[in-house]
Design a protein around this ligand. Structure first.
Ligand code: PGA
Length: 252
């Protein structure tokens, strides 16, 4: 059984006090949710405080990115995965489409960051997804396959236990256009087959594949009803404790 993961990506929103406030509001609302792993990803500057305030709860904290190096050194502006682990992170989101589009993240950097995150004992939420033009040209499957093959290259079967894949079609992020449950299922199935080819059937069967892109309280249930959708990476709707809690508690 794959335990679902519901992760909230807060992007570059919330001052520290607001981040703490949202996290503390969320805590009682999801206190009984044992059916899934619950993750929130505040900005770097809020990670330590939020992680401290959530200690002992069922909400884990993720960074939205990480450096590709764990050795201390001359990397101005970067934050090493060991430092994220040190302040209470359990996960790192890697290769989000905004990182790829705006900050030049490549499949090679995603691969290096993923390896660095794993070696610091973080779980990595590795994001993939096609642009609208690629979907319209019929190349969505091959684009995602390449992102996976390169992004997860060199990872062992053991490493893969700490990998979570997030499929986020770029055209669905922040646009209000969700992929239909059928579109999500089709790509998630393809992702599982791709992982089976590179890492074997057992790994593919167990790897969690999250859907992301305009997930809301009113569409989570039908997305989660798809066989290969194992959770969600939520942007906008994770910023309010109430709406994120509704997504976490969708079964109830
Ligand atoms: P959205 O963002 O839910 O606001 O579409 C998803 C994401 O970027 O992870």
């Amino acid at each position: 059984m794959r335990k679902p993961v519901i992760a909230g990506n807060w992007k570059m929103y919330k001052l520290l006090s607001e981040a703490v406030d949202t996290a503390l509001r969320l805590k009682p609302l999801v206190a009984n949710a044992n059916h899934c792993e619950i993750v929130i990803a505040p900005v770097f500057t809020a990670l330590k405080t939020v992680a401290d305030r959530l200690e002992g709860s069922n909400i884990k904290v993720a960074s939205q990115d990480c450096a590709a190096q764990n050795e201390f050194g001359a990397h101005t502006g970067e934050v090493a995965p060991v430092m994220l682990k040190d302040v209470g992170c359990s996960y790192a989101i890697i290769g989000h489409s905004e990182r790829r589009q705006i900050y030049g993240e490549t499949d090679a950097s995603v691969n290096a960051k993923t390896k660095a995150a794993l070696s610091a004992d973080l779980k990595a939420i590795v994001c993939v997804g096609e642009h609208l033009s690629e979907r319209e040209a019929g190349s969505a499957n091959s684009v995602v396959e390449t992102q996976l093959n390169k992004g997860l290259e060199g990872l062992t079967v053991d490493d893969m236990e700490r990998i979570i894949i997030a499929y986020e079609p770029v055209w669905a992020i922040g646009t209000g256009k969700t992929a239909t449950p059928e579109q999500a299922q089709e790509m998630h199935g393809h992702i599982r087959q791709t992982v089976a080819k590179t890492h074997g059937d057992a790994v593919a069967k167990d790897v969690r594949i999250l859907y992301g892109g305009s997930v809301k309280p009113d569409n989570i249930a039908e997305l989660m009803s798809q066989e290969d959708v194992d959770g969600a990476l939520v942007g906008g709707a994770s910023l309010e404790a109430d709406s994120f809690a509704k997504i976490v508690n969708f079964e109830k």
